[in-house]
Design a protein around this ligand. Structure first.
Ligand code: SF4
Length: 162
C-alpha cells in the first residue's frame, strides 16, 4: 500500500459520499456510541491509514481508548463531533439509520467500494495488509501498543533511573 492507494481510497469514499448526497442525518451521534448500537465500524488498513493521516494533518495525537458506558468512539470529541470526519471510514458513511431522511441505502449497496478498499489494503507485511477489516477500537489498540524498539528504550530509561 502506498500514497496512491490512500489517495484512491479517499476518492472512493468521496464517491460514496456523493451517492448519499441529499440524505439528512439527525446528527444524534448514536451511531458513534457502540454500546447504543451494539456494533462498531470495521476498517480496512487503507481506511485506518487515512484516518491516522487526517489526525496528523490536524496536529492531533491518537486518542486514548475509553471505557465510557455508552461505548463512545474514541474519535468522537467532547462536543459530539467526529475528529476525523473528512476521513471517516466507509462504515461510518454508510451506517444504516431509520431516522435518516430519506432512508439511507443499506451498507450492502456499497459492496463494490468495500471490495475495492480491501484490495487497496492488500500487500506488504504490516498488520491489516491481508485486506481484512478490523474493528476501529482494535486498530487503535494495535497502533497504541508500544513497538519492540519503544519497549526496549523504555526499559533502558527505567534502568538508567535506578
Ligand atoms: S470515526 Fe467518527 S463517524 Fe466513525 S464512529 Fe468514530 S466518531 Fe463516529
Amino acid at each position: 500500500m502506498n500514497d496512491d492507494d490512500t489517495r484512491r481510497a479517499l476518492d472512493l469514499l468521496t464517491e460514496v459520499e456523493r451517492a448519499l448526497a441529499g440524505i439528512r442525518c439527525q446528527a444524534t451521534t448514536d451511531c458513534c456510541r457502540f454500546a447504543v448500537t451494539g456494533r462498531e465500524p470495521w476498517l480496512t488498513a487503507v481506511e485506518w491509514r487515512l484516518l491516522v493521516a487526517e489526525l496528523r494533518r490536524q496536529g492531533r495525537r491518537l486518542p486514548e481508548p475509553n471505557d465510557d458506558e455508552d461505548g463512545r468512539c474514541p474519535f468522537l470529541d467532547a462536543r459530539g463531533r467526529c475528529q476525523v470526519y473528512a476521513a471517516r471510514p466507509l462504515g461510518c458513511r454508510t451506517f444504516f439509520c431509520e431516522r435518516a431522511t430519506p432512508p439511507a441505502p443499506h451498507a450492502s449497496e456499497f459492496r463494490a467500494a468495500a471490495r475495492a478498499l480491501a484490495e487497496l489494503s492488500e500487500g506488504g507485511g504490516a498488520v491489516g495488509d491481508d485486506g481484512k477489516s478490523r474493528p476501529i477500537t482494535s486498530w487503535l489498540a494495535a497502533e497504541r501498543r508500544p513497538t519492540p524498539s519503544a519497549r526496549g528504550r523504555a526499559r533502558a530509561r527505567g534502568r538508567a533511573g535506578r
